[in-house]
Design a protein around this ligand. Structure first.
Ligand code: PMV
Length: 324
């Protein structure tokens, strides 16, 4: 009863920002992302009668505490669905440098869901797997698919229609993403806490929700037509709207550092010079820059020269979950 799966992380172009149900993770808005080949997690799950409790090993180290609890609770979901009560050993390798500012939880929970269900003998459709993965970490449900994927928020209260669906495979469009890693990494508000606070207190939150349907239909058109300007403009504006909600929260907060804003301005300056590039930012200070292959050299060089930037990590569209 053992299986191994690999999943890549993803970057949201239309952000998931807010939950309507915190325990089974149902979002208040649909979101859309690009799966990235540069950052992934490989996970083996082994269920056995010999184990007396779950065990979680990450990058060759035994994990305890909050991280262990989240994995073990997710295994409970897998056991429940399969009607089995065996404990498991989970062995994960993360190729997602935490410092790159990507949530390793996205690739982590997607790989865990795939390997865990397979190991326990369940053959799930991608949709079922995505809906299960969602309950580990929301954004992870999009990592089941390669390329562009949309997480449809759904309407049911049991979450049965809240899962990701494929929009276009990785081969559809070689859209590139540069992860700009900042050297200062001050304490941040977790995405979980940040969402909750903005949903509950920010007067801008309703404005955010109102803007989603138009952003979503425009970006889907842009992806279909491989229209870089359209996709870039919608993604950048959507990111700014999400971050604006945090400034209206009580107490107010922002994920941005001074260097975050310097990178944003550098991207705007590149556009002024005729080099198309757009930025997006998740629940942290690091910036992701969207660009096209022909501009890779100038993009990388320009971003590397910004004071306060520690590293640049380049990525292409990646594949969905695979079994090894
Ligand atoms: O799935 P979580 O809890 O890591 O939240 C992700 C939230 C954002 O990264 C800010 C947006 C997104 O859609 O990925």
């Amino acid at each position: 009863m053992k299986a191994t799966a690999k999943a890549h992380t993803n970057i949201a172009l239309i952000k998931y920002w807010g939950k309507r149900n915190e325990s089974i993770i149902l979002p208040t808005n649909s979101s859309l992302s690009l799966t990235l080949d540069g950052f992934y997690t490989t996970t083996s799950v082994h269920f056995s009668e010999e184990y007396t409790q779950d065990k979680f090993i990450l990058n060759e180290r035994v994990v305890e505490g909050e991280q262990y609890r989240r994995v073990s609770e997710f295994l409970d979901l897998i056991r429940q669905q399969a009607g089995k009560s065996l404990y498991a050993k989970v062995d994960s390798t993360n190729e997602v440098p935490t410092a790159a500012g990507f949530a390793s939880s996205a690739s982590g929970f997607a790989a865990l869901a795939a390997a865990g269900t397979k190991a326990i003998g369940q053959n799930m459709s991608d949709r079922e797997l995505s809906a299960l993965t969602r309950q580990g970490s929301g954004s992870a449900c999009r990592s089941i698919y390669g390329g562009f994927a949309e997480w449809e928020m759904g309407a049911e209260e049991d979450g049965s229609d809240s899962y990701a669906v494929p929009i276009a495979p990785a081969e559809h469009w070689d859209l590139r993403v540069a992860a700009v890693v900042l050297s200062s990494t001050a304490k941040k508000v977790s995405s979980r806490a940040g969402m909750k606070r903005t949903v509950e207190t920010s007067p801008f939150y309703q404005g955010w929700l109102n803007s989603i349907p138009t952003d979503m239909s425009q970006i889907k058109e842009g992806i279909k037509e491989r229209d870089f300007q359209k996709v870039g403009e919608v993604a950048e504006a959507n990111c700014l709207k999400m971050h604006a909600t945090t400034l209206g929260a009580n107490p107010p907060f922002t994920y941005w550092h001074d260097t975050t804003m310097t990178v944003m301005q550098t991207v705007r300056d590149l556009r002024e010079k005729g080099i198309p590039a757009y930025f997006t930012i998740d629940a942290g200070p690091n910036v992701k820059v969207l660009y096209l292959p022909e501009n890779e050299e100038v993009i990388e060089k320009t971003l590397r020269n910004i004071p306060g930037v520690a590293d640049i990590r380049l990525s292409r569209p990646g594949q969905g979950v695979t079994y090894l």
